[in-house]
Every structure is written in structure tokens, then in C-alpha cells.
Design a protein around this ligand. Structure first.
Ligand code: SF4
Length: 336
């Protein structure tokens, strides 16, 4: 297996520091928590997670939810100090934070570097200025470029998150964003379809029929094209789809949009279907072996066995097998 198993200990800091009003965001609901941990509570949260984690995993402590570097420097340092103890004791390998591109500067990076922050994830969302403006992001593409250059200079791993289907977005713009993410030197990414959440500006736009979310099928197609770009350029895809907080799962906050509990499964099923179909069309008759690693074999078979059923319907003899030499998102189709 080429990828060592990785786990994050997530610590959510919802809207603790954010004066912005991105049209899609109600951080408190997205993270599913209203309480903000004190720096003193951090150790307990980490201990609790560590007690349930398997040894041998690569563990990072992840401050997610709000914009970490928008906090007062003293509070950032208090959080980092609490997490750093676990790095010193070798119980965790590093610290990740998520923040906004316009909250990155030298002072902040010096602090993060001192406390062994190994990865910074920036919510880029789009590299199209019109989409950023319409989404109320409060930063432009130039801010993203500058932040990425600084992070790379400090030799901290760069993650860039993107959203699809934001106001003014098109599949071409989203593909362009993915290509820019590659050019900007990101090593990891997350892809989130835009959802209309209760009590956000997007909900108002949606109610006035000024915003139309993507359908599930559109979101799957767009994401599939974007995933191809990231795979080709060896960018680690950390997540596809929204982190399902309890509240969203219960449907209290979700108003509209391409929310699906198996969104990633749908995307990869589609991607693999394309590859299987092309390989078989190129080879015509035969008996096929279709392999993927153990994490991805179910996607090869397909969501609700879609890919398998399609092959059966076409009368094509085949067998799905696990090959852990293959990377995530990789599938091999060969003649038996
Ligand atoms: S920057 Fe936007 S997405 Fe992030 S917490 Fe603030 S309002 Fe929400």
C-alpha cells in the first residue's frame, strides 16, 4: 500500500474570528457545534481522540472551522502550545490549520512554523474573481497567489480547498480553479459542492430565485472532471463533499443543493465507469479483470453496484479484484 493511513484530530473553532460573510456560510451549523473550546480544553479533546485511534496511523491535530490565523496572535499561540505538547511527546506528527488566503502574513507564518504547523489549508474556493466577489469572499485571486507563495517559502505543506457551483460559477471556471490549484503548488485539496444552508445570504438569493444550486448529477460530473486533474497532477484529495455534521444529516439546516451522503462514492463510481467503458470499448470481446486497492474496490464495483450491473447487462464476463499496489483513485482493467 503506497499511502500510509492518516488521521486528523479535528478541533472546530467556528466563526471565532471571522468578520466575513461568505454567502454560503453559517460556520456554526456547518461544523455542527456552537461551543468554542478554550485553549485548556484542547488537551482533553486530543486525549479523547487519541484513546480511540489505532497505533501506526499518521496523526495530525487539525484546527478547522474558522480562520485560525484571524485569531489574536496570543490566542493562536495558546492553542498551538496546547497542541504542541502532543508533538513533543510524539503522540501526533504535526498540526494543520485552515484559514483564509488574506490572513496569511510573515508574522503569522513565523508563529506557525515555531509550533511545528505542518500544513496550512486555505479556503481558496475559486480562483475566478467574479465568483469570489459574488460569493462575498472578501478576497481575490491575487490574495490567494500571494498567500501560497509565502506558505511555500516557509516550507509548510499547502492545501487548497475549492467549492463548485458558487454564484457565477461554471464547469469551465471550476476546472480552471483546479488547474490553478495545481499551479499554485498545493499538495492537497478538498472539493465541496455548494449547498444552500439555512440563515445564509445564499438562502435569500435562492428564495428570490437569484441562485440555482447544482443538481446532484451536475455536481458529480463537475467533480469528476476536477478529480481527473488532481489525480493527473498527484494532488492528494483529502475530501469530496461536505463533512456531514449531525445537524445537516438531520436535515435541519440544509435548504437545497447537491447534498448526498455518498457523494464521493457517486463521483468515483462515475469516474471508474468511464475508464472501464473506455477500456472495454478499446478491446471489444474478452473476459476482464478489474482491480483497485482495498479502499477503492467498492467504488470500482460502483455505488449500489452500478458498474457491475452495467457489465452484467452488457453480458461482459468480469471479475473485480483487490490490488493494493494501486493508488487511491486508480483502477486497472485488463484481459483475464
Ligand atoms: S471566511 Fe467565510 S467561510 Fe470562512 S468562516 Fe468566515 S464567513 Fe465562513
Amino acid at each position: 500500500m503506497k499511502n500510509r493511513k492518516h488521521s486528523n484530530i479535528p478541533i472546530f473553532l467556528p466563526e471565532l474570528s471571522c468578520p466575513h460573510q461568505c454567502v454560503f456560510c453559517d460556520q456554526r451549523k456547518i461544523s455542527g457545534t456552537l461551543s468554542i473550546p478554550n485553549p485548556e480544553e484542547i488537551s482533553k479533546i486530543i486525549e479523547r481522540h487519541l484513546s480511540t485511534m489505532n497505533n501506526g496511523r499518521e496523526i495530525e491535530i487539525a484546527f478547522f472551522g474558522g480562520s485560525f490565523t484571524g485569531l489574536p496572535l496570543k490566542l493562536q499561540e495558546a492553542y498551538l502550545k496546547a497542541a504542541y505538547i502532543f508533538i513533543e511527546n510524539k503522540k501526533a506528527g504535526g498540526i494543520r490549520i485552515s484559514t483564509r488566503p488574506d490572513y496569511i502574513n510573515i508574522e503569522v507564518l513565523e508563529l506557525l512554523k515555531n509550533y511545528n504547523v505542518t500544513a496550512i489549508e486555505l479556503g481558496a474556493q475559486s480562483t475566478n474573481d467574479e465568483v469570489l466577489l459574488k460569493s462575498g469572499r472578501g478576497h481575490n485571486y491575487k490574495d490567494i497567489i500571494q498567500a501560497c507563495e509565502l506558505i511555500r517559502r516557509y516550507d509548510i505543506s499547502l492545501g487548497l480547498q475549492m467549492m463548485i457551483g458558487l454564484p457565477g460559477d461554471t464547469i469551465e471556471k471550476s476546472i480552471h480553479t483546479a488547474e490553478d490549484i495545481v499551479k499554485l503548488g498545493a499538495t492537497s485539496t478538498r472539493i465541496y459542492p455548494t449547498l444552500v444552508v439555512k440563515d445564509t445570504a445564499l438562502e435569500k438569493l435562492f428564495n428570490k430565485k437569484l441562485y440555482q444550486p447544482l443538481t446532484i448529477q451536475e455536481a458529480v460530473n463537475w467533480t469528476k472532471e476536477i478529480v481527473k486533474i488532481f489525480i493527473k497532477n498527484k494532488i492528494t484529495i483529502l475530501r469530496i463533499g461536505l463533512h456531514p455534521s449531525e445537524e445537516l444529516k438531520e436535515g435541519c439546516s440544509l435548504i437545497a443543493g447537491p447534498a448526498h451522503s455518498s457523494f464521493k462514492e457517486l463521483v468515483v463510481t462515475n469516474l471508474f465507469n468511464e475508464i472501464i467503458t473506455k477500456s472495454i470499448n478499446d478491446n471489444k470481446n474478452g473476459d476482464y479483470l478489474i482491480s483497485a486497492n482495498s479502499r477503492f474496490i467498492n467504488y470500482a464495483v460502483g455505488y449500489k453496484k452500478l458498474n457491475k450491473l452495467e457489465l452484467e447487462k452488457k453480458g461482459i464476463p468480469h471479475k473485480f479484484i483487490i490490488d493494493n499496489q494501486l493508488n487511491d483513485y486508480e483502477i486497472n482493467v485488463s484481459r483475464n
